[in-house]
Design a protein around this ligand. Structure first.
Ligand SMILES: [Zn+2]
Length: 289
């Protein structure tokens, strides 16, 4: 947390890389609002207790823009230069040199500072304005040390935050990877199951078809056997009939022959009787004569 004055002399609060300007004070609480509420149409606000410790009673609400930690450091450096100008024998050039050297500002922070000529003009104006002020070198030096410490702390915090963010990102990535792997595994399992089911279905169908074919073949064989048997029976019957007919014919022939013989015999007998009668008649004739 840093406090400094704006160019117009308003109170500025630097906190977590953002700048807030004094808005109002109610019952010992200071209401701050984002310094860039106009520039970025930002509605971020925060509150502190109005005492030495400036305890934060309401954390800042969300900003509509990025933070500018380097800008705050640059402003702190400017404030330190202004305060150092009150030291005995101070002039813009040596003040600038001392502060920039002691604060060890990075190029990024320096980029947020005004041009050297502009700083010089500002510091000369401060010198003139504070002309009646009795400089106190000890206080100035203490203030310098304090500001350096504050800036160092601020930098440390920034670095820590960066590291935390990196760790969080890494952790998030790890978790995402784990989740992705889990999902992949699940998907693979699902796919495997699907494939297995498909294979099972195919196999079942194949088996069913095989069984059907087997059954069909069996049935065909049965039918064939039945048919063969039927044919055999038919053939047998036919043969039997044939044989019977043959036998009948034979019997008929036999009977005919028998009958013929009977007739022949009968004829022979008749013929003999006739002959005998003829003979008898002849004999009677003989006798009579
Ligand atoms: Zn803001």
């Amino acid at each position: 947390m840093e406090f400094y004055l704006s160019e117009r002399g308003g109170k500025v609060l630097g906190f977590q890389g953002h700048e807030y300007i004094f808005h109002r004070k109610i019952n010992g609480t200071v209401h701050w609002r984002c310094r860039h509420y106009r520039k970025f149409n930002c509605h971020s606000k925060m509150r502190t207790i109005d005492d030495e410790n400036h305890e934060v009673t309401a954390e800042p609400t969300e900003h509509s823009h990025d933070s500018f930690p380097q800008k705050i450091k640059a402003n702190v450096a400017m404030q330190m230069m202004k305060e150092t100008m009150n030291s005995v024998g101070a002039n813009p050039r040596n003040v600038m040199g001392t502060v920039l050297q002691e604060m060890k500002l990075s190029q990024e922070v320096k980029a947020h500072m005004p041009k050297k000529s502009s700083i010089e003009r500002t510091l000369n104006r401060v010198k003139k304005a504070g002309g009646n002020h009795i400089p106190n070198p000890v206080t100035a030096q203490k203030r310098e040390e304090e500001i350096v410490k504050e800036v160092e702390k601020e930098i440390e915090k920034e670095v820590e935050k960066e590291i935390e963010k990196e760790i969080e990102k890494e952790f998030e990535k790890e978790i995402e990877k784990e989740i992705e792997k889990e999902i992949e595994k699940e998907t693979e399992k699902e796919t495997e199951k699907e494939v297995e089911k498909e294979v099972e279905k195919e196999t079942e169908k194949e088996t069913e078809k095989e069984t059907e074919k087997e059954t069909e073949k069996e049935t065909e064989k049965e039918i064939e056997k039945e048919t063969e048997k039927e044919i055999e029976k038919e053939t047998e019957k036919e043969t039997e009939k044939e044989i019977e007919k043959e036998i009948e014919k034979e019997t008929e022939k036999e009977t005919e022959k028998e009958t013929e013989k009977e007739i022949e015999k009968a004829v022979e007998k008749e013929t003999q009787k006739e002959i005998e009668k003829e003979i008898e008649k002849e004999v009677e004739k003989e006798m009579k004569s």
